[in-house]
Design a protein around this ligand. Structure first.
Ligand SMILES: [Zn+2]
Length: 369
């Protein structure tokens, strides 16, 4: 149990006594999407939900601590406590209800001071986490494993403050070498962000990168491409995206060519999800697999996404998540349909558009035709 001397202690029970011990190796910063004091955060976690953090910081820089830093808190999904016993310390901060405002100077100073203490007390290294399970500091949105399928938290502006002000501040106060500014101070920005579970920015790879590039070209922002666009994010993608951001009226650090949630929505009309499931494919599997030999797979990859979602929602045992839409999966899907209030033919275990979209919204996959 470690309590930060710079915080007012407001111990949350029963979490503080009952939750598992951790060895803290990471620090993750959040926005709470409410203009709350630490006291109000404490009351919220005490009375309304159990997704608590270790710390809460108000607009005025006052810090509250709710759980000792060597006890698990529930704010960061898989980073809370890993199988090896390491975990993240989570820090909530007061924000506007959309998490669009910057941290105040008082909040920045409090974050820096807390970060320095966590470095000295627990040896959290003075760097940005390179991977979801590697030691360092980060903001909630950086890795999909830190949330339920992706989050914008703590917001675009604060994510940038983290890189440009808070992290360099922690390093400077702790006596380490200063970090180079993002992008090395000249040339296109070279860092990646995770938006809704998918990566964008220099070095990102995947179909979402190509989708962005093609949309940029369609909208007239393709002048920096010599080849492509393709599935690898290069400087040309950043420069074209920056032109697009300028076209939206963004300027300064908001127009550095690295996507945020808002600009992506405006480019694509939606936020891409890492997982896509075709309704027609899943229906075909539900009609084929139960009657075929044991373990038969029709569109196994998509079926597996649906099965995992059913398992995560508590309708299917994990051992039946096998890519074969067999009798057990049909039964589980029927139970899910009944939970939505469907009955009779509407709860026959064959996915329909509305039920599959409802499952996708809860579990973070896109449904296509
Ligand atoms: Zn968060």
């Amino acid at each position: 149990m470690a309590w930060y001397p710079g915080a007012e202690k407001m111990e949350l029970q029963p979490e503080s006594d009952e939750q598992a011990a951790i060895t803290p190796t990471q620090v993750i910063f959040h926005s709470v999407a409410a203009p709350w004091t630490p006291r109000r955060m404490y009351e919220y976690w005490r009375d309304s939900t159990n997704l608590e953090s270790h710390f809460g910081i108000g607009y005025d820089g006052c810090v509250g601590q709710f759980i000792g830093t060597e006890t698990r808190a529930d704010a960061n999904m898989r980073a809370n406590r890993r199988p090896d016993g390491t975990g993240a310390v989570s820090v909530e901060t007061a924000s506007d209800d959309q998490s669009t405002d910057p941290w105040t100077d008082s909040q920045v100073n409090a974050l820096v001071a807390l970060g320095v203490w966590l470095h000295r007390r627990h040896g959290v290294p003075l760097r940005i986490c390179p991977e979801w399970d590697e030691p360092g500091f980060g903001v909630h949105r950086m890795f999909p494993e830190w949330s339920n399928g992706g989050t914008a938290c703590p917001g675009d502006v604060r994510a940038r403050q983290f890189r440009e002000v808070v992290m360099p501040g922690i390093v400077a106060v702790a006596g380490g070498a200063p970090l180079p500014p993002p992008g090395g101070g000249s040339g296109p920005a070279r860092y990646r962000v995770t938006v809704n579970g998918l990566e964008y920015g220099y070095g990102a790879h995947g179909p979402q990168v190509k989708e962005v590039g093609e949309a940029l070209v369609r909208q007239g922002y393709g002048r920096h491409y010599r080849s492509g666009p393709d599935e690898d994010w290069r400087d040309a993608d950043t420069l074209n995206y920056q032109d697009f951001q300028h076209g939206l009226g963004y300027s300064g650090p908001d127009a550095d060519g690295v996507p945020g949630e808002d600009s992506l929505r405006r480019l694509l009309g939606r936020l891409p999800s890492p997982q896509r499931v075709s309704l027609a494919h899943v229906v075909a599997a539900a009609r084929t697999d139960p009657g075929a030999e044991q373990g038969h797979q029709t569109y196994g990859g998509e079926v597996r996404i649906v099965e995992q979602a059913l398992a995560d929602e508590g309708f299917l045992e994990q051992r039946w998540v096998d890519g074969s839409l067999g009798t057990r999966t049909v039964q589980a899907y029927a139970a899910f349909q009944r939970s939505l209030g469907y009955s009779g033919e509407d709860a026959n275990g064959i996915p329909g558009q509305r039920s599959l979209q409802a499952l996708g919204r809860r579990r973070g996959f896109d449904v296509t035709e």
